[in-house]
Each structure stands twice: as structure tokens, then as C-alpha cells.
Design a protein around this ligand. Structure first.
Ligand code: SF4
Length: 119
């Protein structure tokens, strides 16, 4: 049995949790204010995920870069590869907030979308 301390990152409260792990599975969590903390702890132990926020190049816009975000959390070990793939993307203005910049990035069933308008 192992006990780990981790902070839930699902909301700004950032609850500090004590997570008990046995045979690679979460068997107990304390310190979480809501059930999302338990889900976060389970995912973090078995299949950690992270949102990706970054920028991509855009031509003809009022700025040279546009902020983008993943439509859902990506496997943590794929986030860097996704960021690398986005380095080769150049958009053309105008772009609307929510427009899909890259669909199904790296075959992970997650889209990358613009997080603001760019005239
Ligand atoms: S456990 Fe709930 S309240 Fe606490 S940080 Fe996570 S989502 Fe927020």
C-alpha cells in the first residue's frame, strides 16, 4: 500500500488530497471537496491527462499567433507531441473562437480549437 499527496487540478480550489493506492489502483481518497477529486486521482494514477493550451501561427491576422486549446484532456504523455505537431500549422485569418484548427490531433479523438477570434 502506498499513500500519495496530490492536488486536484479540476477547479481553482486545488484541494490537497491523500490518495491510497494498492496494486496500481486507488483505494481511498481524502481531502477532496467533491467527487471530481476522486475521478482525478483515479485518472492520475491509471491514465493521467492534461489540457493543451498553446499558440499557432496565423497569416493575415492582427497578431502573428492565435491561442488554441484542446477540446478535451489529452493523454499526458502525448501532450508534447501534440504541441510539436502544432508548430507546423499556419492558419489564415479570419478565424472564429471555437473553429477547429486541427481535427483529431495525432488520432487521439481530440480536436484543437481556436480560443479567440482573429480578424
Ligand atoms: S476535489 Fe472538487 S472542489 Fe476540490 S479541486 Fe477538485 S474539483 Fe475542485
Amino acid at each position: 500500500m502506498e499513500t500519495r499527496v496530490m492536488n486536484c487540478i479540476m477547479c481553482p480550489m486545488g484541494c490537497e488530497m491523500q490518495v491510497t493506492i494498492e496494486a496500481g489502483k486507488v483505494t481511498g481518497v481524502t481531502g477532496n471537496t467533491c467527487p471530481r477529486g476522486l475521478k482525478y486521482a483515479e485518472d492520475e494514477i491509471t491514465a493521467p491527462k492534461r489540457m493543451l493550451t498553446t499558440t499557432v501561427k496565423i497569416e493575415g491576422g492582427i497578431l502573428p499567433l492565435i491561442p488554441v486549446v484542446s477540446s478535451a484532456a489529452l493523454p499526458k504523455d502525448k501532450v508534447l507531441a501534440c504541441a510539436e505537431a502544432l508548430r507546423n500549422v499556419t492558419l489564415k485569418a479570419p478565424v472564429k473562437e471555437g473553429d477547429v484548427v486541427v481535427a483529431n490531433i495525432l488520432g487521439l479523438n481530440v480536436d484543437i480549437v481556436a480560443s479567440r477570434d482573429m480578424e
